[in-house]
Design a protein around this ligand. Sequence first.
Ligand code: MEV
Length: 311
Amino acid sequence: MAITTASAPGKIILFGEHSVVYGYPALAVPVNEVQATCRIEPLPAGTGVVIVAPDINFTAALSTIPGNNPLAAAVRHALAACVPSPMLSARITVTSNIPIARGLGSGAAISTAMVKTIGAYVEHTLSPQKLADIVFAVEKIHHGTPSGIDNTVIAFGQPVFFQRSHPIERLSVGRPLTLVIGDTGIKSPTYKVVGDLRRRHNANPARYNGWFQSMGRLAADARQAIESGQLDRIADYMGRNHALLQQIGVSSNELDRLVSAAIEAGARGAKLSGAGWGGNMIALVGDGQADSVARALHQAGAVQTIVTTVG
Ligand code: MEV
């Protein structure tokens, strides 16, 4: 079998994080500037599968790795999906430059790159939906109760309008959006923020459901604004979505500082993106503004910025 490689992008959520877990729609786009990459090379027959993840100093034979390890789970689920399940002897190496636990979908991208590469290596075609379904099974190990948006946007590799238990819809972009992503540098595992929010929601469902409903409405309205290229409306909705995210308790001083710095530097709109408490925020900028907004974000404490264009 021939050496095979494949990659998967990072992602950001434009609108509707958290409310998407409760069944409301959300919008997400791939971030191609960061990637997870997998490479598979054959080993002598009978050796079995060895997984190597140099970024985290991990090397182990698949047969020795426990079931709750997401790297091993990605391989096992992928092999099970390729009928008849092949007996592989191969080294599977995965690397990623997507910051971990910052809302950029690093876990889903790593799983997607691995599953895609395994499918290509054993010459079994996996549709984007099948890929998304396999990665979703692995996401449950990372996040407990994922909505499915991360694995979907990354497996499809295109902007999506996502709602749980609904067929995926493509989000078309009427006018390109330039976004500056600002990283607080604070790791914030999604399962912790989602779990904490779930406890607060359970204690006061009426209040939280009202906020989630408003977020869902914003996501639906933002879809129209994005499809018709109305930047002012998109920017306004970003501000409103951030305020709702503050109300449900998932922002942080660091995120709020970056959001304010972006607006003061002339960004049209800004909000946190992903689970919150740390991780990343996004700013929508006009022509020629990306550099000055990125500089302002660094001055306000961002450890990294990424400029990406959607559409
Ligand atoms: C994480 O990228 C987005 C959240 O809405 C969680 C999820 O959708 O599973 C916070």
